[in-house]
Design a binder for this molecule. Structure first.
Ligand code: SAH
Length: 336
């Protein structure tokens, strides 16, 4: 889908045609221009030729039929992954912001594959379009978006924001900002920029460790932005927006899951009502480096949660979605 190309084809058409086409694609989620019966036949033919709507993708589904992963092949043959999670009355789409990722977090499959390029805003949108079309047969729409797929959204800030505008648009996806979350490794510049936007999107920070030594080992970006600086930016963000911030905390066996770790997490969270911890079970990844991390065992996780409860930390636990199709957090690597 290329908006510029669409405008070019519609050059000699009455003005309202653009709106009609835009709605057909981004609100009615047509797969082929033949479905846009409000357009003249000759125009439909021309649009099919010059602005084809196909998305080259392969979908796999998890055993419980709640999680779906799609591998999309882009026009330059690069591949990205996106995940749909159907739960309750929600349909959450996890989108990728980059092909690969330059940040090299030790535990993440995308980080291990290296960086290829940023996605265009339309390539981000294409992922949501694919699932919107998929859900149409159940008469359902995408309700929530999380920027938690491949890549670091704040390294592709402008394109991510541009895609959010289209996701918000009432005449397009119509997904409210409060239903959109961006997850970041904690790029301070991005957090500062987001604080200035007049947008009610949710911010999630991948924390994973509560001291600089361990965090720098796991997430090299921490060497650039230490925890003190990160928390200063987060607190400024909260002051400006009065919005809650979610802290993602992976539980990795023997690395960050001890009782001491739980206490130090509680300490860093203090009694801040606007901090929320999201505990994520570690999903094993395959990597060329030989992955040495394992997920924490259940007893350790229970103990960890017990301490957080005692210390009155607000926390939730993330479900394991789509592990069997390698569509769970940190497992996306653009492979068949
Ligand atoms: N770059 C962004 C967004 C993508 S990752 C970020 O890091 O926040 C989305 C979430 O999945 C992050 O919290 C990330 O730390 C987590 N994650 C990465 N690898 C994982 C793994 N192997 N198991 C579980 N979660 C993982």
């Amino acid at each position: 889908m290329n908006i510029e190309k669409l405008k070019e084809v519609l050059q000699d058409q009455p003005k309202f045609r653009f709106r009609q086409c835009y709605q057909a694609v981004f609100f009615d989620f047509i797969k082929n221009w033949d479905e846009a019966t409000n357009l003249p036949l000759s125009l439909r033919v021309e649009l099919n030729k010059n602005c084809p709507l196909d998305i080259n993708s392969e979908i796999s589904e998890s055993k419980n039929k709640k999680t779906f992963k799609a591998l999309i092949t882009l026009s330059d043959k690069e591949k990205i992954e996106t995940v749909l999670m159907r739960h309750g009355n929600r349909n959450t789409v996890c989108v990728s912001a980059q092909i690969g990722c330059p940040l090299k977090c030790k535990f993440c499959a995308t980080g291990q594959m290296g960086f290829i390029r940023d996605l265009e805003s339309m390539e981000i949108i294409e992922q949501v379009l694919l699932w919107s079309r998929y859900l149409k047969k159940y008469d359902e729409r995408v309700t929530n978006i999380v920027f938690m797929g491949m890549g670091e959204p704040f390294l592709n800030y402008e394109n991510v924001m541009q895609s959010i505008k289209l996701l918000n648009d009432h005449q397009a996806f119509n997904i409210g900002a409060r239903h959109i979350s961006i997850s970041t490794v904690g790029l301070v510049d991005g957090i500062k920029k987001l604080a200035k936007e007049d947008l009610q999107i949710n911010l999630a920070i991948s924390l994973h460790a509560t001291n600089d030594k361990l965090r720098s080992e796991l997430m090299p970006i921490n060497k650039e932005f230490h925890l003190t600086e990160l928390f200063r930016a987060i607190d400024d963000y909260i002051e400006k927006t009065n919005r809650r911030v979610m802290f993602e905390y992976l539980l990795i066996k023997g690395i960050n899951d001890s009782e001491r770790d739980a206490r130090s997490l509680a300490k860093i969270m203090g009694n801040n009502k606007l901090y929320l911890v999201n505990l994520i079970p570690y999903n094993p990844i395959e990597s060329g480096l030989g992955n040495k991390f394992k997920s924490s065992d259940n007893r350790t996780i229970e103990k960890f949660m017990e301490i957080l409860t005692q210390e009155k930390v607000n926390f939730t636990q993330r479900y394991k979605f789509g592990k069997d199709i390698k569509g769970a957090c940190g497992q996306l690597a653009g492979k068949e």
